[in-house]
Ligand binder design. Structure first.
Ligand SMILES: *[C@@H]1O[C@H](CO)[C@@H](O)[C@H](O)[C@H]1NC(C)=O
Ligand SMILES: *[C@@H]1O[C@H](CO)[C@@H](O)[C@H](O)[C@H]1NC(C)=O
Ligand SMILES: *[C@@H]1O[C@H](CO)[C@@H](O)[C@H](O)[C@H]1NC(C)=O
Ligand SMILES: *[C@@H]1O[C@H](CO)[C@@H](O)[C@H](O)[C@H]1NC(C)=O
Ligand SMILES: *[C@@H]1O[C@H](CO)[C@@H](O)[C@H](O)[C@H]1NC(C)=O
Ligand SMILES: *[C@@H]1O[C@H](CO)[C@@H](O)[C@H](O)[C@H]1NC(C)=O
Length: 192
């Protein structure tokens, strides 16, 4: 096959472009297509009545550890509610604990909505990683997913209740679950 010079130059340019993409992918350590994994998702709640009419304690907690394939540290996430009702409605952001000194840009927040024994999570995570020439890039990943939790409920009522004793307890504990989320990633900052 024979190419006229302009076509040949265009082809050279095109192959240089196609060759450059995998090189960029290798240096960004997967930052463009990371997976978030929520490990050991555990939910528990308890409701305690001190009289038939008086709610003494109501609380709920959710926790999990988050890994992101683009980074090599684990972020610890948890939230605790003791308001009445102690229900996660997904309308509140909770801040996760990024290990200190791994990455000054890093932060992760989540929302959680418990729907029966299902839990809908939304994750917002910022990390920096990948060295692109002399650049360091910071990314924001946003994603959501639902975990099916397997829970036990235990309830107890004091049939011989007299004032001063507990009247009833209701506890829910769920065994650890795992959830993978593919976030939508945007490149939010470049540092040289
Ligand atoms: C999940 O929990 C198990 C058992 O407690 C523990 O061995 C494992 O390291 C935990 N995973 C993460 C990512 O924290
Ligand atoms: C989360 O990870 C931390 C540190 O690796 C560990 O101490 C903790 O037990 C883990 N929590 C869960 C819920 O797996
Ligand atoms: C949680 O924070 C993110 C930004 O970090 C925001 O986009 C989102 O609307 C917030 N969600 C709620 C329920 O406040
Ligand atoms: C998480 O929330 C904190 C405090 O509101 C905020 O400074 C941070 O930018 C948020 N991070 C993400 C990834 O949304
Ligand atoms: C959940 O993520 C999907 C993409 O995976 C997106 O289309 C959808 O808008 C997200 N839902 C919410 C409530 O953010
Ligand atoms: C639920 O109860 C069963 C039977 O008592 C027990 O084997 C299981 O470990 C419990 N699960 C949780 C999450 O507590």
């Amino acid at each position: 096959m024979k190419y006229s010079p302009p076509t040949f130059i265009a082809l050279l340019f095109q192959s240089a472009l196609t060759l450059s993409s995998p090189v960029v992918d290798q240096t960004n350590h997967g930052s463009d297509h990371p997976i978030f994994t929520l490990h050991n998702i555990t939910y528990s709640s308890s409701t305690i009545y001190s009289t038939p009419a008086h709610l003494a304690v109501q609380d709920a907690s959710i926790q999990f550890n988050l890994t992101n394939t683009a980074v090599d540290y684990t972020t610890e996430c948890s939230a605790f509610l003791d308001s009445d009702p102690a229900v996660f409605y997904g309308n509140q952001n909770f801040t996760c604990k990024v290990p200190p000194s791994v990455d000054p840009e890093a932060s992760t927040n989540f929302t959680y909505a418990s729907e029966g024994t299902n839990g809908a999570f939304e994750i917002y995570s910022i990390w920096s990683g990948g060295v692109y020439g002399d650049e360091r890039r910071t990314f924001l990943g946003v994603g959501n997913g639902t975990a099916q939790l397997t829970c036990n409920t235990t309830s107890w009522t004091n049939t011989n209740w007299t004032p001063g004793q507990l009247y009833s307890t209701y506890e829910v504990t769920c065994s650890p679950a795992q959830l993978d989320i593919t976030p939508i990633v945007s490149h939010i900052k470049t540092q040289r």
